[in-house]
Write a protein that binds this ligand. Structure first.
Ligand SMILES: C[S@@+](CC[C@H](N)C(=O)[O-])C[C@H]1O[C@@H](n2cnc3c(N)ncnc32)[C@H](O)[C@@H]1O
Length: 297
């Protein structure tokens, strides 16, 4: 656990007291909080003073700014009422008995999550393109998975049979839903195996652990790298890209803002430069609102 002063502890407790943040990993919250202090000298000065008061304006400002960072990083059910949706979906998933029902619930779940809802219209082309590049897709490691694994229902029976899929995220709040999905897929598709792991991909111990996992055909880093790099160069992405044992790594970025406007600089030239330096080949692919870089290691 990262060392914190008593003032910092008080503040992190206040940040995490919100119900929707209760599943956030504490050491991740502390590292986000410390990163915020590095950027905000007024907050840092306030924390170093002896006059910490949970009712003060500055205390509230810091708590609210860090909460907003955590919400964005976790990007949990961005639409609707999270806990109600979660319980409803968990119930529906545990009770369903047909493949058609599994496909319908999965699509509803994808729509309820901010990142995957932006992709829902494009999942067919997304998988068609991936299969054209990696015809033997059998093992997948989904980093910063969120609820993206629910898109597996867009794949054909011949792909899902015998597939091994590992979802990794810092956030354990979706673990239960993912495990329900995996158990249902195993029921409908022979040899399908899915599991989920909690890892913080900004933590060097966890990156080492990542490097010890079995090699896969494809590792996904969909809309993840901004969360890893946090505006601080691209060293963290580079570490993960180097550590992960995968033939291919698919990295993606949104090309429209949350409010639906096109981004001013959607291209991420740095990915191409990074791959050139690491001597990996890279290919680009674009859908209506997302840019993909397929890296071959
Ligand atoms: C924008 S969402 C993308 C979700 C999914 N990959 C997709 O595109 O549909 C970012 C995801 O990365 C996860 N994440 C953020 N920081 C992380 C970290 N340090 N380690 C592992 N996962 C992280 C979040 O919990 C969240 O599920």
């Amino acid at each position: 656990m990262v060392a914190v002063s008593s003032n910092q502890k008080l503040m992190v407790d206040a940040i995490l007291i919100k119900k929707e943040l209760s599943s956030v990993d504490r050491s991740f919250a502390i590292s986000e909080f410390k990163a915020f202090l590095m950027r905000d000298s007024i907050a840092k000065k306030y924390l170093n003073s002896k006059k910490i008061n949970p009712r003060s304006k500055e205390f509230k400002r810091i708590v609210s700014a860090v909460r907003s960072k955590l919400r964005r990083a976790h990007s949990m059910f961005g639409v609707g009422n999270r806990s109600l949706d979660y319980l409803r979906f968990a119930d529906e998933l545990s009770e369903l008995a047909s493949l058609t029902h599994l496909k319908n619930v999965s699509k509803k779940i994808l729509i309820a999550h901010a990142s995957s809802s932006e992709r829902v219209e494009d999942y067919q082309v997304f998988y068609k393109w991936i299969i054209s590049k990696i015809p033997k897709l059998q093992t997948v490691l989904d980093l910063g998975a969120g609820l993206h694994p629910f898109s597996l229902v867009y794949l054909t029976k011949s792909k899902l049979q015998g597939m091994s899929y590992t979802a990794v995220d810092i956030n354990n709040s979706e673990k239960e839903l993912l495990e329900l999905l995996f158990s249902k897929l195993a029921l409908f598709y022979d040899g399908f195996e899915g599991n989920s792991k909690i890892l913080n991909l900004t933590n060097s111990k966890d990156i080492k652990l990542l490097g010890s996992l079995k090699s896969v055909d494809l590792a996904l880093m969909l809309k993840l790298t901004d969360h890893l790099d946090r505006g601080n160069g691209h060293k963290q992405t580079e570490k993960v890209l180097n550590a992960v044992a995968a033939s291919f790594v698919l990295i993606s970025f949104p090309t429209v803002t949350r409010s639906g406007k096109p981004m001013r600089y959607p291209q991420r030239k740095w990915v191409e430069l990074l791959c050139k330096r690491l001597e990996y080949t890279v290919e680009k692919f674009e859908t209506s609102n997302e840019l993909f870089y397929l890296v071959q290691k």
